[in-house]
Ligand binder design. Structure first.
Ligand code: 13P
Ligand code: SF4
Length: 336
């Protein structure tokens, strides 16, 4: 048993996990990850993990790691029977919609999302009645019911590209639910909120609270600093940064630039991942935790594998799933 544990500690170290990036020691993490990985094999299960998850989950048990787009896209090609989704509910729902015959579990009952909870299907129906004929473009951070009422889903990785394409044929578009992302996209596209783009008043509890004034202070103290912010941030933040995008784009930017340091204006977990992926680069993470993402732990993943309780299994009524799938597939088509 000790040899198995030592082997697992070695494997985790090889993946870049260090005591300094863990809330507890490597042996305690290894005991859990070894068990989880063994059970995954026995049950033909796969773990999908969003980049905001903790390093013990990402490096220890994650099979597919990425932003919302990669997780949705890759979930179309999975051979496993069981998908354990370490992310928030809308991500698990998307995986279920794309894989109706597989069992999808989210190892927490608290993995919601403030954006997703800001809008429901009835709200979208009312918007459509108020603005008949306008296409409804919906950020992936929404429930299956909301996607079912929409024309096209987008993620932070493709929203700009898809909106550009849709504006070729439409003068005005409804964009839900993130008012900040909508306003940021409107600025990039030269569109006016209220006139060319109808926005919903949703926001992300993590990104809405960053302080733009701090960015100037960091720039003074770190010459050559690159400042990156997630597109869910308010526009005063976006006006002060060098790069706006989703988490996948931000990783790409870091990989392809050589700044003296990177200030990351997004959820804390992203900074932990960046330090592991790029150990030779310097990062300053403006630390705000997503309480929903962080409600998943190694223990809750192990629990779902040992004792898969029905309340943790994701289910989407077939009629809703069929309509939501159309708007998700529209995204895959337009993101090409
Ligand atoms: P990404 O798709 O950029 O990873 O964003 C998901 C999210 O929830 C950000 O808060
Ligand atoms: Fe939702 Fe914000 Fe958490 Fe992302 S960080 S899952 S948008 S609450």
């Amino acid at each position: 048993m000790e040899a198995v544990l030592n082997e697992e500690i070695k494997r985790l170290s090889g993946k870049g996990l260090r005591e300094s990036c863990l809330a507890r020691g490597l042996p305690a993490v290894a005991a859990l990850t070894e068990k989880i990985n063994r059970l995954k094999k026995e049950k033909n299960a796969i773990v999908c993990a969003h980049v905001y998850q903790t390093p013990d989950i990402i490096c220890g048990v994650g099979d597919i790691i990425g932003d919302s787009y990669k997780l949705a896209d890759d979930s179309r090609k999975m051979a496993a029977d069981i998908i354990i989704f370490c992310g928030v509910r809308f991500m698990g729902e998307t995986a279920k919609i794309l894989n109706p015959s597989k069992q999808v579990y989210i190892p927490s009952r608290n993995a919601g999302c403030s954006l997703s909870e800001s809008v429901n299907a009835e709200d979208v129906r009312k918007l459509k009645a108020r603005y008949p004929g306008l296409p409804v473009v919906t950020y992936i951070n929404t429930s299956a019911e909301v996607k079912a009422e929409s024309d096209c889903v987008v993620t932070s990785a493709n929203a700009e590209k898809i909106l550009r394409r849709l504006y070729r044929k439409n003068e005005k578009i409804i964009f839900i639910p993130d008012r900040f992302m909508g306003a940021n996209l409107a600025k990039v596209l030269g569109k006016t909120p209220g006139k060319d783009i109808i926005l919903w008043q949703g926001s992300c509890v993590v990104h809405e609270k960053f302080n733009a004034a701090v960015i100037g202070l960091y720039r003074k103290n770190y010459p050559g600093l690159a400042v990156l912010a997630h597109a869910e941030c308010p526009s005063d933040i976006i006006n002060a940064v060098d790069f706006m995008g989703g988490t996948g784009d931000m990783l790409h930017y870091i990989e392809n630039t050589n700044a003296t340091a990177y200030l990351l204006v997004t959820e804390c977990g992203f900074g932990e991942l960046a330090r592991i992926r790029f150990p030779q680069k310097n990062f300053i993470a403006m630390c705000r935790l997503c309480p929903y993402m962080k409600s998943i732990t190694l223990e809750s993943i192990l629990d779902v594998l040992e004792n898969p309780r029905p309340e943790l299994e994701v289910s989407v009524p077939p009629e809703i799933a069929a309509r939501a799938k159309k708007s998700i597939e529209k995204m895959f088509e337009l993101a090409e």
